[in-house]
Write a protein that binds this ligand. Structure first.
Ligand code: GLU
Length: 565
């Protein structure tokens, strides 16, 4: 028997010691050969890209994960490929019950069109890692058979000692080179250790050389030159659960993923993953490692933190009442800097052509532009708010009404019942400055609506604590001015601009008359026109900044206006 055959036999015996003889086989439908014939190769003949998003069900959905999923979706769908969602739940200790369904619902809410997942189905499942343990076993078994992996019995004391020694000698820590003590155990040694119940893990038998560089072209970070992996890292615990390093390579391979887009924290382990791909003996996918979303914190810039920043969770934006369109447009802008110019010109187009919709989906996303954000995009609420008010300004009163009503069902019960009980009136209120050239942009999110419209509704107006200290005599005079029907008649024959101008002239006349008639009254003697108008505005709305009074009076109607004064 030649050396190679001897080795093969030895490997087979080790594998059988661990998994039992004949347990892993085509007949048992649990071998690598079986799985590879079961999962068909994806069609990539026309450059189709298959991407995946792989959330861990350990908490809320991070804004960065939505950002990545959005990019995954565009990249795959633009090319005629698919986006697959896998639940990475092999770390059961950190799993939060219900988290995976919540994550799925959030992706749905944000209109990420996942093609395959444990909910959407697909021919490449299971799409939950904990349901794929048999598949991983088949591949670990295969790695052992081909001499790429071995059982390691080093105890935690031995590993501690090794690390101490490495610290003293000022060398890299880890199981590599001479520190990989169990690499070449004899079959008898392995057999004895297993039968005497010694605990073990399966380690990769690395063939890398740390002093050699590999070139790696990242689709986002560009060309990287990295030291080869030489660590015999753990690929599975005992005969069962694999580590993430190993499982996700097997998954990405069998799912036919062609382009892995993920957080740049994984670059630190990319050489491990590249070695696994090479040992698997198949073509690697492309990788694009994305910079995290950053934010300004005082004078420094740091990445969004789940602990410190509520906006790190996508649910924050839902609670605040940002529209899906606004959040996704904003994320698109973070991904592609050229989005900004497109958006600005699109806003103008939509303003001049009412039939156009302002929608991020019409933007031509360019994957190469991801490279431009080498330090990571910066989350900027002012910008988000501007874009968000553009989106809402582009909606009809009816759309706004429906959206606020839906939002208020969960987050503002009082507003909900007011909107429901006064539907037509509310539609008129929300229609103010929505049609003309000068569109209102005071609503950035649904939680702003209450403050922007409260004064139209008696109970909310009454409950507001703003103080109105005006002399009775002043109120009486203003009441008289506002008693005239002229303020409440709707004229559909003239443009808004003409009507507003006429009305302003009327008010100026009224003001001049009041001054003339009351020139002995100090309240009026020094009053400017602007003040006169402000008093009216405040009496009616309790605010100093509102849409044009002309519209407010019309929508509110005489009866309500007079009660306020
Ligand atoms: N479940 C991993 C994470 O949430 C995914 C990593 C990957 O994309 O490979 O970080």
């Amino acid at each position: 028997m030649n050396e190679e055959n001897k080795n093969n036999l030895r490997n087979l015996e080790i594998a059988n010691l661990i998994y039992g003889e004949g347990v892993i086989s085509v007949e048992n439908k649990n071998s690598k050969t079986y799985f590879e014939s079961f999962y068909k190769k994806r069609d990539t003949s026309n450059g189709e890209e298959y991407t995946r998003i792989a959330p861990s069900p350990t908490g809320e959905l991070h804004s960065g994960a939505l950002y990545m999923a959005m990019i995954d979706e565009i990249v795959s769908h633009k090319s005629g490929g698919k986006i697959i969602l896998r639940i990475d739940d092999t770390d059961s200790a950190r799993e939060i019950p219900g988290a995976r369904d919540r994550i799925m619902n959030l992706f749905k809410y944000y209109e990420v069109k996942i093609d395959e997942s444990y909910i959407d189905g697909g021919e490449y499942g299971p799409y939950i890692q904990s349901e794929r343990v048999d598949i991983y076993k088949a591949y670990v078994y295969d790695f052992i058979l081909r001499g790429h992996a071995y059982p390691c019995f080093m105890t935690s004391e031995e590993l501690d000692k090794m690390r101490e020694e490495q610290t003293i000698n000022k060398v890299r820590s880890g199981v590599y080179g001479k520190y990989a003590k169990n690499r070449d155990l004899t079959l008898d040694e392995i057999s004895n250790k297993i039968s005497s119940g010694e605990k073990y893990v399966i380690r990769l038998k690395s063939s890398g050389d740390f002093n050699k560089k590999i070139k790696f072209a990242d689709e986002v970070m560009g060309d990287l030159s990295l030291s080869e992996n030489d660590e015999d890292f753990i690929i599975a615990k005992g005969d069962g659960i694999p580590t993430y390093h190993f499982s996700h390579i097997v998954d990405d391979y069998l799912y036919g993923i062609t382009f892995v887009i993920r957080a740049n924290e994984w670059v630190a382990s990319i050489t491990k993953h590249l070695e696994l791909w090479d040992k698997l003996g198949v073509k690697r996918p492309k990788y694009g490692h994305l910079m995290p979303i950053n934010k300004k914190d005082g004078n420094s810039i740091r990445k969004l933190s789940k602990r410190k920043d509520p906006e790190a969770s996508v649910e924050y934006f839902i609670k605040q009442g940002y529209t899906v369109n606004a959040v996704k447009s904003y994320l698109m802008r973070l991904a592609n800097p050229s989005f900004d110019d497109w958006w600005m010109s699109r806003v103008k187009e939509c303003e001049s052509n009412k039939t156009l919709k302002l929608d991020y989906k019409d933007f031509e996303f360019n994957v190469n532009e991801l490279k431009r954000n080498s330090r990571g995009p910066l989350m900027d609420f002012d910008k988000l708010n501007n874009m968000s008010s553009d989106v809402i300004a582009n909606m009809s009163a009816r759309e706004v009404y429906d959206n606020v009503l839906l939002w208020s069902k969960s987050y503002d019960k009082e507003l909900e019942s007011i909107l429901e009980n006064n539907k037509d009136y509310a539609l008129n209120v929300l229609n103010i400055e929505r049609e003309g050239d000068n569109k209102r942009k005071d609503i950035k999110k649904w939680s702003d609506v209450r403050e922007q419209i409260f004064y139209f509704f008696d109970e909310l107006y009454e409950a507001d604590s703003a103080e109105l200290n005006y002399d009775e005599s002043v109120k009486l005079k203003i009441r008289e001015v506002l008693s005239n029907e002229i303020h409440y008649n709707v004229n559909n024959n003239e443009s808004d601009a003409v009507q507003v101008e006429k009305w302003m002239n009327y008010m100026k006349d009224e003001y001049a008359m009041l001054k003339l008639e009351n020139n002995g009254d100090n309240n009026f003697a020094n009053m400017k026109f602007g003040e006169f108008m402000m008093i009216i505005r405040r009496l009616i709305t309790k605010r100093e900044r509102t849409p044009n009074l002309f519209y407010i009076l019309k929508v509110m109607g005489k009866e309500r206006v007079l009660i306020r004064i």
